[in-house]
Design a protein around this ligand. Structure first.
Ligand SMILES: Nc1ncnc2c1ncn2[C@@H]1O[C@H](COP(=O)(O)OP(=O)(O)OP(=O)(O)O)[C@@H](O)[C@H]1O
Length: 599
């Protein structure tokens, strides 16, 4: 119930008074319906089947009396006209209210989607290191659309509540004792249905877990489809999908069973209640037949609504876990927030004058464990020079670069920009001046032009070709069937690994950064293209700070200084030639191994 209330508060926070306008609309529609039922009384009396003998105090008496004063020739068409007006009015308001409902629902969904996405991209890198991507995608797609469905059910639930309340008030007016009886029975029924709501909610949590697991599995399978096919691993993957699908099927079937059982129980109890209620009314309260008919007419409309309140609550119960994971994700993101949208346009890039520096830096991915990915790092990266970071796999090269970019925060020690500590305030300015090319660069399924313009939307045709020229890719782009407008597929799948790297390099240079960070960015290039890029990078020295991570040591021959990492520590530090001549050192060992392997 706490969660349903939270859901209501969230919708109210979004829709404000429109939600109440919507409720008023529901009241008006219910009133139209209620008045329509009241008009049955004079209609019945016109048939002459029943003779109305009411006590003077009965509310029905004065109502029927109103019509008895008018001649039948006038009152019958009058009632029929009022009936038509009521029906048309009800239809009109219903339409308006449905549109309003739709607007609230869609607007609330849009708000949830926007809010969650904004919170997500404004979260820091640490958040993404901890969170599984497929889980986030699942929440942003499946769970969000389940919440969207929940909004509709929630509005239906409110409508049923309002309608029930009005109908009960009318019934109360007609016969207080009988209504109290029905309310008592109805409340008992709703009280006992708590068990169904609870079970529904736990099945809903299972649905969330299953859909998370399914999407995670699907993402893994599709990412590794080449490995699956080339190693004939299809069977085990098909089996996994089979068993997960079976569990999903079971979960949904159980939900359906639960809903139909509760509806069946509800119907049975309702049938006993209504007949028992009619019996008590006649025997104990000596209700008159027309009065009884009227109350029965009201209850025949009221019961389905009470039943729908119960089934709405059950459905909401099963959807609340989705709402919960969405809200939890938002809270997690907000706790990891590193950026305010308002400040985004105000961020100015930093121009480093002297150096980027690490002073006694320690970093761990898991603060609970005492092993450090980096420890006691003391280095300077001079402005407008090329610095290479090398070392065996897992030595901490990428971690160091992430720290220099402010993606990771040191556990101890500090990163300094021209002597000023890197903090939340200047971190974004630093990143504004960086172009970063990763080991696994990001290209989206669009044209080469669109991919290039992603970072520099106003770049001219000439600037695009200039950047391609720099990245040794102008020749191959020219040869493509549609040149710059060639579509490159998901993550650039229609290009070779080397071509992809060159396009991303062109994109990085197009931004005219003051710091260029290349993390294994040329690993897939052949030696001809690699030397072209080396020459181009050499030409950039003096104009921007270049930080290069490379396994292939020939790539960094032109670097002004080399930092050699081993097990998270700086093992060696100096110029390329100086380190080469330090026989027995880690760098010269690595170089020798690579030279031998090349022979
Ligand atoms: N997200 C992470 N969570 C936990 N540990 C991590 C994470 N990323 C890296 N590590 C660990 O930190 C250490 C340094 O990793 P890093 O990726 O910086 O090495 P690297 O030198 O760049 O390796 P490679 O050359 O293979 O890319 C490794 O022991 C690695 O297992």
């Amino acid at each position: 119930m706490k969660n349903v209330l939270h859901f209501f508060k969230s919708i109210h926070a979004f829709a404000g008074n429109v939600l109440f306008l919507n409720l008023i609309g529901m009241v008006v529609i219910s009133l139209f319906e209620g008045i329509g039922i009241f008009l049955l009384i004079p209609l019945i009396s016109f048939t002459g089947i029943f003779e109305f003998r009411m006590y003077e105090t009965s509310p029905l008496h004065s109502f029927i009396y109103m019509f008895q004063g008018i001649s039948k020739d006038i009152s019958l068409p009058l009632i029929l006209v009022v009936y038509i007006v009521l029906l048309v009015g009800q239809g009109y308001f219903q339409r308006k209210q449905m549109i309003l409902n739709g607007k609230i629902q869609q607007g609330f969904n849009r708000k949830l989607r926007e809010e969650t996405y904004k919170a997500l991209v404004e979260a820091n890198w640490g958040f993404f290191l901890k969170k599984r991507r497929s889980d986030v995608i699942n929440i942003m797609t499946t769970e969000l659309s389940r919440v969207a469905g929940g909004t509709q059910i929630f509005l239906q639930f409110l409508a049923a509540l309002v309608f029930t309340f009005i109908q009960i008030s009318l019934a109360f007016w007609l016969s207080a004792r009988m209504t109290i009886l029905v309310i008592l029975f109805g409340s008992c029924l709703i009280f006992f249905s708590r068990k169904f709501i609870k079970r529904s909610s736990s099945l809903g949590s299972e649905t969330v877990e299953l859909s998370k697991a399914f999407l995670a599995g699907m993402t893994d399978h599709l990412n590794g489809i080449k490995d699956i096919k080339s190693n004939t691993l299809e069977k085990s993957h098909i089996n996994w999908v089979r068993s997960t699908s079976f569990r999903i099927e079971q979960n949904v079937t159980q939900l359906i069973k639960l809903r139909t059982t509760s509806q069946f129980v509800y119907k049975v109890v309702s049938a006993f209640l209504i007949t028992g209620f009619a019996y008590i009314s006649i025997k104990m309260f000596q209700a008159q037949l027309p009065q009884l008919m009227l109350i029965l007419a009201i209850y025949s409309r009221l019961w389905p609504r009470v039943s729908s309140i119960q089934s709405n609550l059950e459905e909401l119960g099963s959807l609340i876990p989705s709402f919960q994971v969405l809200i939890n994700l938002q809270h997690e993101c907000l706790r990891a927030n590193e950026l305010d949208e308002e400040d985004y346009d105000k961020i100015k890039p930093i121009l480093i004058q002297k150096e980027l520096e690490c002073q006694n830096v320690y970093f761990t991915y898991d603060p609970k464990v005492s092993t450090y990915a980096l420890q006691n790092i003391n280095i300077q990266i001079p402005a407008n020079q090329m610095t290479a970071i090398v070392g065996p796999s897992g030595a901490g090269k990428s971690t160091l670069v992430d720290l220099l970019m402010g993606l990771n925060r040191p556990e101890k020690g500090s990163v300094l920009i021209d002597g000023t500590p890197l903090t939340k305030d200047n971190m974004l300015s630093l990143r504004r001046s960086i172009s970063y090319v990763s080991q696994d660069p990001f290209l989206f399924n669009g044209s080469i032009r669109e991919n290039l313009l992603l970072v520099t939307p106003n770049a001219s045709e000439e600037q695009l070709w200039e950047a391609l020229e720099f990245a040794a890719s102008s020749d191959f782009v020219r040869k493509l069937p549609n040149g710059l407008d060639t579509i490159i597929g998901d993550r650039g799948i229609r290009l070779s690994g080397g071509e992809r790297q060159r396009i991303v390099l062109a994109r990085a240079i197009l931004r005219k950064p003051s710091i260029l960070v290349l993390d294994e960015a040329t690993s897939a290039l052949d030696s001809e293209n690699e030397s072209k890029i080396q020459a181009a990078l050499d030409g950039l020295k003096g104009t921007m700070t270049i930080i290069v991570i490379a396994h292939r040591l020939s790539t960094i021959r032109n670097a002004n200084q080399v930092i050699v990492l081993e097990n998270g520590r700086v093992a060696q530090f100096g110029g390329f030639m100086q380190l080469t001549e330090d026989h027995g050192g880690l760098f010269s060992n690595l170089l020798q191994k690579q030279m031998k392997a090349a022979l």
